[in-house]
Ligand binder design. Structure first.
Ligand code: ACO
Length: 322
């Protein structure tokens, strides 16, 4: 059985930037509070004429360029997102058409912030079992569209962005392990009240926007990062010391720092880019990885541990050699 390796990585952030100072003029908050509690300095916001598919398309093109893979070579497209362009068709199908890819399977996965890891797990299984030899996995969100800009407890946290990876089969790993999980009991802690079959009405009063119990989410996120990172590393009879870079979901700096501390992972080996783009949900891991690859921190051959946690709750991790 062959392995899957990341042949190329890419990301895209919308041009428009919303700083903490900008938010001060919109709600009762302060740059100091946001930095202190979250580490976030700014977030990128999709323009009116941008969409989840247009952000994802740009990240995909960059990843494909790095991989040297053309659209007609793709056998599978998976998009992790909880903010699709439309209910139907899947954003993956829209991106497939825009790329000019052949009629390969194209599907969205909604695992909230764990969307990219779920996509990686899915594509990895396809490649390893001969169902595909090249796959495009995208994590992308336009969370600004479901953010209540009058709710300071959530509005300061989120941003828009995209990250993408091209996977291809390889004789050597590659992806060494993936684990994904979910527990639907925690729906109330992080959700939008309505959707499609439940209350289709896009206004704050009708519950279209994100609501969250921040403290409870924080605690569970930190504990879960710790247990899943250990699970994945132990599954390979490995040790945390074998990991060159830990790339956690970029929710906020306090969660990242607390998770790293619990794992005993020095911050010098943790990729943290949340200050630059806030929480972009499914986009955050490939986005962080791409930024660190392009600035030279992550090099070919490095061992990476990715771990995500999000609404659902869902969580998942992947250990791989880049
Ligand atoms: N600006 C200023 N003050 C604020 C703001 C704000 N934006 N938001 C809340 N406050 C106030 C609160 O009203 C409260 O005031 P009070 O003491 O007078 O009642 C005070 O700040 C403290 O509020 P807490 O909610 O207790 O603040 P906490 O230290 O828990 O930080 C935070 C809040 C940042 C949301 C934290 O709970 C957190 O990081 N949670 C994780 C949630 C997360 O990142 N979710 C993302 C999606 S899930 C995921 O990606 C993992």
């Amino acid at each position: 059985m062959s392995y899957a390796r990341i042949a190329g990585i890419g990301s895209y952030l919308p041009e428009k930037v919303l700083t903490n100072k900008d938010l001060e003029g919109m709600m009762d908050t302060s740059d100091e509070w946001i930095r202190e509690r979250t580490g976030i300095k700014r977030r990128h916001i999709a323009a009116d004429d941008e969409s989840t598919s247009s952000l994802g398309l740009e990240a995909a093109r960059r990843a494909m360029e790095m991989a040297g893979v053309t659209a007609d070579e793709l056998d599978l497209i998976v998009v992790g997102t909880c903010t699709p362009d439309k209910v139907i068709p899947a954003t993956a199908c829209i991106i497939q058409r825009q790329l000019g890819a052949k009629r390969c399977p194209a599907v969205d996965i909604n695992a909230a912030c764990s969307g990219f890891i779920y996509g990686l797990d899915y594509a990895n299984r396809y490649l390893r079992t001969g169902g595909a030899s090249k796959a495009l996995v995208i994590g992308v969100e336009t969370l600004s569209r479901i953010t209540n800009w009058e709710d300071r407890t959530t509005a300061v946290l989120f941003g828009d962005g995209a990250g993408a990876a091209v996977l291809e089969t390889s004789d050597e790993p590659g992806i060494m392990a993936t684990h994904i999980h979910a527990n639907g009991e925690f729906e109330d802690l992080l959700q939008t009240q309505n959707g499609v079959s439940l209350g289709f009405d896009a206004s704050a009063a009708a519950g279209a926007f994100i609501e969250m119990n921040g403290n409870a989410v924080f605690k569970r996120a930190v504990a879960t990062f710790d247990s899943m990172a250990r699970e994945t590393v132990a599954d390979l009879d490995g040790h945390l010391e074998d990991i060159d870079w830990f790339i956690p979901h970029q929710a906020n700096m306090r969660i990242i720092t607390a998770a790293a501390k619990k794992l005993g992972m020095p911050m010098e080996r943790v990729i943290a880019t949340v200050d630059e783009h806030a929480n972009t949900s499914a986009a955050s891991i490939p986005l962080a990885m791409d930024l660190a690859v392009r600035d030279g921190r992550i090099k070919r051959g490095d061992t990476l541990l990715m771990a995500a946690f999000g609404a659902g709750f869902t969580w998942g991790s992947a250990m791989l050699k880049f």
